[in-house]
Design a protein around this ligand. Structure first.
Ligand code: NAG
Ligand code: NAG
Ligand code: NAG
Length: 362
């Protein structure tokens, strides 16, 4: 009897003294809870703890197909003697806006993983308070703001980590010309080209790399913007400094612009193919298939240009019916003096060209 009473007494004292130092005005509340819960009840002790959650990085960068760890850890102040079971939840804000969607929920060793994250995320748990999220096989649309939330009883703390896929941004127009795409159509044309609508950060990095484009295009967040590195009269005038011009959020269904698509590293290979003679679009598709490949998409050609240095001074058909060629070492008769993917536009399908094929790495 006596030792256990002593124990209760000692802990009560300890908690009380900490509390009266930190927040003297709330000691009455403490006494009240003690009274309600019965003296020495654990819950009243934990009502006075402070749970903290933070992340060592606020942004994490990765390439398509790669892995990433979103850091998050929690701790208590005052420190606890023994570990507590907490609920850890990861969710994310889609870049296109809208409500948070669940990624993973874990309590102890049990966890649940949601939809498109199944089979490719897990809690790291290198140590007891580690709530970091390991992600594999990253896709272009995994970019976003991720929320790490830790819940212990009534305490609920959270922090955020931005995951940003790195890659290459390219402007994309409808075959009929400039400013034909609603927001949804812009999403679709990018996806058809093995790409996704670019985020503002992705467009910003491309602008830093020299992307200079005078037509406004949709971004993933529903805003319409365009990057200018060399101010000129038809693009907002000479007075405006170089930068990203922003039209702000536009009406997603009524307003029409071009698109800024985003592609990233890929495992497959893109190559120029011209078996015997130049080909119309039908023959070009067939030629790639005969070569156990597929006619390349625009996003794949950009990714090959960026990540494998593909350099070919021959126009070739692509899947969308445009004719383009990639130049990493600019030279005479191969377009402008900067590296880039040159675009002849959408041409009549009977025109004769080479073709760019895409082959998966086996
Ligand atoms: C990603 O992680 C998986 C398993 O965790 C590993 O097999 C793979 O090699 C990693 N990929 C990269 C690009 O590091
Ligand atoms: C992301 O893309 C994958 C396939 O590329 C798709 O299965 C998934 O539903 C997409 N997720 C979102 C949130 O759009
Ligand atoms: C391409 O050429 C083939 C003959 O080699 C012809 O049958 C086909 O109709 C042509 N396609 C187009 C789009 O011109």
């Amino acid at each position: 009897m006596f030792p256990s009473q002593l124990l209760v007494f000692c802990c009560f004292q300890l908690v009380l003294s900490k509390w009266s130092m930190a927040a003297p005005t709330t000691t009455n509340l403490f006494f009240y809870q003690q009274y309600l819960n019965g003296k020495g009840n654990k819950d009243s002790y934990y009502n006075n703890m402070n749970l903290h959650v933070d992340s060592t990085f606020s942004s994490v960068f990765a390439l398509r197909g790669g892995n990433a760890t979103l850091p998050c850890r929690f701790w208590y102040k005052p420190e606890l003697g023994s570990p507590r079971e907490v609920r850890i939840k990861w969710s994310r804000f889609p870049v296109a806006g809208g409500p948070q969607t669940d990624v993973l929920v874990a309590v102890g060793s049990r966890n649940r993983i949601f939809r498109e994250f199944r089979g490719r995320v897990r809690l790291r748990q290198d140590f007891a308070e580690d709530a970091s999220l390991d992600m594999t096989q990253l896709g272009l649309n995994d970019s976003g703001r991720y929320v790490c939330e830790v819940v212990d009883g009534l305490e609920d703390k959270r922090t955020t980590v931005d995951l940003e896929l790195r890659g290459v941004v390219f402007p994309y127009q409808h075959p009929l010309g400039r400013y034909y795409l609603s927001f949804m159509e812009a999403q679709q044309v990018c996806e058809k080209q093995d790409a996704t609508l670019a985020t503002f950060t992705q467009l910003f990095h491309s602008w830093e790399d020299g992307l200079n484009w005078c037509n406004a295009g949709w971004l993933a967040d529903g805003t319409v913007q365009y990057p200018i590195t060399q101010p000129r009269a038809p693009c907002g005038g000479y007075e405006l400094a170089p930068g990203i011009r922003n039209y702000g959020r536009r009406q997603l269904t009524n307003h029409r612009y071009d698109a800024f698509c985003f592609s990233s590293f890929m495992k497959g290979q893109v190559y120029y193919f011209q078996p015997f003679h130049k080909m119309n679009l039908t023959e070009a598709r067939q030629a790639c298939e005969t070569d156990k490949a597929q006619i390349a998409k625009v996003g794949q050609l950009y990714a090959a240009w960026k990540y494998t240095g593909l350099d070919e001074c021959n126009g070739g058909w692509l899947d969308d019916g445009s004719v383009r060629y990639p130049i990493t070492r600019p030279r005479k008769n191969c377009g402008p003096s900067e590296p880039g993917v040159r675009n002849f536009g959408f041409l009549p399908p009977q025109d004769k060209w080479g073709v760019y094929c895409y082959k998966e790495k086996s």
